[in-house]
Ligand binder design. Structure first.
Ligand SMILES: Nc1ncnc2c1ncn2[C@@H]1O[C@H](COP(=O)(O)OP(=O)(O)OP(=O)(O)O)[C@@H](O)[C@H]1O
Ligand SMILES: [Mg+2]
Length: 206
């Protein structure tokens, strides 16, 4: 499904990733762990085509990402993102924030997803009216509403207590069993142990 071949990256002169080779199968639930600054977010950004590596290639179902003509629409159609910081839009309520990702989503679909994430009661609230953990779950709902084939999540449970974190991982597990490919960067080794495979990034090396 996703393949990285000899991927290296540096910001200015600092090397962030060295020669990463990685293959992720359809429906796999992968975790990426490693110390702060080790390169996890950089790797997710490159695998998800948001960042171009200085060398190496990323393939989606054997198609080189460099050869994908309209990369923005490819991303929109296939990839769901959950970022380290949630990036909800402050002047839109939670329902509207989710509709931004999929304007065709029905109220029923949105409510079902919010219910799954245990935040149905905040559907009409604005981001500054809810807690950090609720915001994070709203951002997860926004990433899932399109039913993407691939989900990239960077510290999706960073603001959540252990009960909610476990729930998010359970939801990911269920999605992966239905064929969604999921790649999560996390500091939480206990949660990482619940995934199919864990990679450790150490000083830019896998
Ligand atoms: N935009 C940037 N400009 C310059 N250097 C950067 C930038 N983003 C990351 N880096 C550097 O690249 C290296 C890897 O950073 P990255 O954000 O990938 O680490 P991380 O493993 O995600 O860390 P954390 O666990 O703190 O989120 C670090 O040395 C970092 O300082
Ligand atoms: Mg990071």
């Amino acid at each position: 499904m996703i393949k990285a071949k000899d991927v290296s990256h540096s910001y200015n002169k600092d090397i962030a990733l060295k020669n990463i080779n990685l293959e992720i199968k359809k429906g796999e639930f992968i975790s990426i762990v490693g110390k702060s600054g080790s390169g996890k977010s950089t790797l997710l950004s490159i695998l998800s085509t948001l960042l171009k590596p200085i060398s190496g290639e990323v393939f989606f179902e054997n198609i080189n990402s460099k050869n994908i003509k309209d990369i923005d629409s490819f991303r929109q159609k296939n990839i769901g993102f959950i970022f380290q910081f949630h990036y909800l839009i402050n002047y839109l309520n939670i329902k509207e924030n989710i509709q931004i990702a999929n304007e065709k989503a029905t109220l029923q679909e949105i409510e079902k997803l919010l219910d799954l994430l245990e935040i149905k009661s905040i559907i009409n609230k604005y981001p500054n009216e809810i807690s950090g953990g609720q915001r994070q779950r709203a951002a997860i709902a926004r990433a899932l509403i399109n039913k993407p084939k691939i989900i990239f999540a960077d510290e999706p449970t960073g603001n959540l207590d252990s009960k909610n974190s476990k729930n998010i991982f359970k939801i990911f597990k269920k999605l992966s069993k239905k064929g969604t490919t999921i790649i999560v960067a996390t500091h939480d080794l206990n949660l990482a142990s619940k995934t199919d495979k864990t990679y450790e990034v150490n000083d830019g090396q896998l």
